[in-house]
Design a protein around this ligand. Structure first.
Ligand code: SF4
Ligand code: SF4
Length: 335
C-alpha cells in the first residue's frame, strides 16, 4: 500500500484517543511508574506519559502473554474433553506509543510463531492489534536501532507512525490498511500533510556496528574466550529476555487438579540454567557463558540465517535492565 501522510494537531490526537476509548477499544500505552514508563492498560489520555525513551517492559505480552492458557481438559471414565483456547475470541488491542523499535520487533516475533507450525493463538491475537507508534526524538547510549536496520523514524511494523513536529503537532504516516481504516473513521481530525522535513525532528542514533559483519564473524566464533569474558558477571536472572520485545522462549506447564487441568505456555529464558537441563542431569549449555553465547548467536546468526532479519531491534532494554550491568552493545562492538 502507498503511504498516506497527514498532519494531526495536538488537540486532535487527544480526540483520536477519546474516539477509540469511546468505541470500546482496549488501549495499552506508556504510563509513568516511579522513574519508569511501562506499557499498561490506560483508560484516559491523561494517564499516558510522553517522557520516555522506551518503556521498561516491551509490548510483546499483548500477543505473547507471560502466562497463557493453551487448553484445559477434563477427564472422565468415558472420555477426555478439551477446551481449546485457539477457539477463543481475543480482544482488539491498540498499542499507543510504541517506538519504531517496538513495532519492528513484531516482525521477527511473528516470524518465530509462523515457522513449521503456524501458532493459531499468537496469530489470532496479532490480527487484533493495531500499532500506533511515535518516532523517537530522544535516545540514550543504550540505543542502537540504526545498527540493526531500523531507526528513530522507521515505519516497519507500525500501522501509523506519528512524528512530533516543532509546535507540538504531528506528522502521521499511515502504513497499512488497518491504519487507513483508523484514519477514515476519524478523518475530520486529519489535515493535509505538513511541509516540515521529518528527519529534522528525529533523535540521532549513531551507527555502532555492521550487522552483516557480525553475522559473518559469528559463523566462526562458537569456541572463543569472548563468551566467557562477557558473561562472567551474568546472574542468569532472565531479565534481559523478559524485557526483550523479540525473545520468545517459552515453557509448557500443566496445572492439574484431580481429573482436570490447564495446559499453560509461560515465558522462559535461554539464560536460565534449567532451560536446557535434560531429565538425565546432562545440560548441553552447562555454563553461563554457553547461555550468553546462545543468546547472541540466536539473535545475530541463527535468526538472520533463517529469516534474513536480526532477532534484535536495538532497543537497549536488556542492557538497561541487567542487574550485572552487562551491555549487549558492548559485546557486539567488541566482536
Ligand atoms: S539480565 Fe544480565 S544478569 Fe540477568 S540473565 Fe541477562 S545478562 Fe545475565
Ligand atoms: S536483545 Fe536487547 S537490545 Fe536487542 S531487542 Fe532484545 S532487549 Fe532490545
Amino acid at each position: 500500500m502507498q503511504t498516506e501522510n497527514y498532519l494531526i494537531r495536538k488537540p486532535s490526537l487527544e480526540k483520536l484517543f477519546n474516539n477509540l476509548i469511546g468505541s470500546g477499544k482496549t488501549i495499552f500505552a506508556p504510563k509513568a511508574k516511579g522513574k519508569l514508563a511501562l506499557f499498561d492498560n490506560v483508560k484516559a489520555y491523561g494517564e499516558i506519559t510522553e517522557d520516555y525513551i522506551v518503556t521498561a517492559n516491551s509490548a510483546k505480552s499483548v500477543v505473547f502473554p507471560r502466562t497463557e492458557k493453551l487448553f484445559s481438559y477434563h477427564k472422565s471414565k468415558e472420555k477426555t474433553e478439551i477446551t481449546d483456547a485457539a477457539n477463543s475470541s481475543f480482544p482488539e488491542v491498540i498499542l499507543w506509543g510504541t517506538r519504531p523499535c517496538d513495532a519492528a520487533a513484531f516482525i521477527p516475533l511473528t516470524d518465530t510463531f509462523n515457522g513449521d507450525y503456524k501458532d493459531i493463538i499468537f496469530n489470532s491475537r496479532r490480527e487484533k492489534v493495531l500499532l500506533l507508534s511515535f518516532s523517537c526524538n530522544k535516545s540514550d547510549d543504550y540505543c542502537f536501532c540504526t545498527s540493526v536496520n531500523s531507526g528513530p523514524g522507521n515505519t516497519s511494523g507500525s500501522d501509523v507512525l506519528f512524528t512530533k513536529l516543532p509546535g507540538g503537532d504531528y506528522l502521521a504516516e499511515v502504513m497499512t490498511p488497518k491504519g487507513q481504516l483508523l484514519v477514515r473513521e476519524s478523518i475530520d481530525l486529519f489535515e493535509p500533510k505538513p511541509e516540515e522535513d521529518k528527519d529534522r525532528n528525529l533523535a540521532v542514533v549513531a551507527n555502532r556496528f555492521n550487522q552483516k559483519e557480525i553475522q559473518a564473524k559469528l559463523q566462526n566464533l562458537f569456541e572463543n574466550p569472548v563468551w566467557d569474558d562477557k558473561s562472567r558477571a551474568c546472574l542468569g536472572c532472565g531479565s534481559c529476555a523478559y524485557v526483550c520485545p523479540v525473545c520468545s522462549c517459552f515453557d509448557i506447564q500443566d496445572e492439574a487438579h484431580g481429573n482436570k487441568g490447564t495446559h499453560l505456555r509461560c515465558w522462559d529464558s535461554c539464560g536460565f540454567g534449567l532451560f536446557t537441563l535434560h531429565t538425565s542431569g546432562h545440560n548441553p549449555r552447562e555454563t553461563q557463558s554457553a547461555r550468553w553465547r546462545q543468546r547472541i548467536l540466536h539473535k545475530f546468526l541463527y535468526i538472520p540465517n533463517k529469516s534474513k532479519i536480526a532477532g534484535c531491534v536495538g532497543c537497549g532494554r536488556c542492557s538497561r535492565s541487567c542487574p550485572a550491568d552487562i551491555n549487549i552493545l558492548e559485546t557486539l562492538t567488541s566482536l
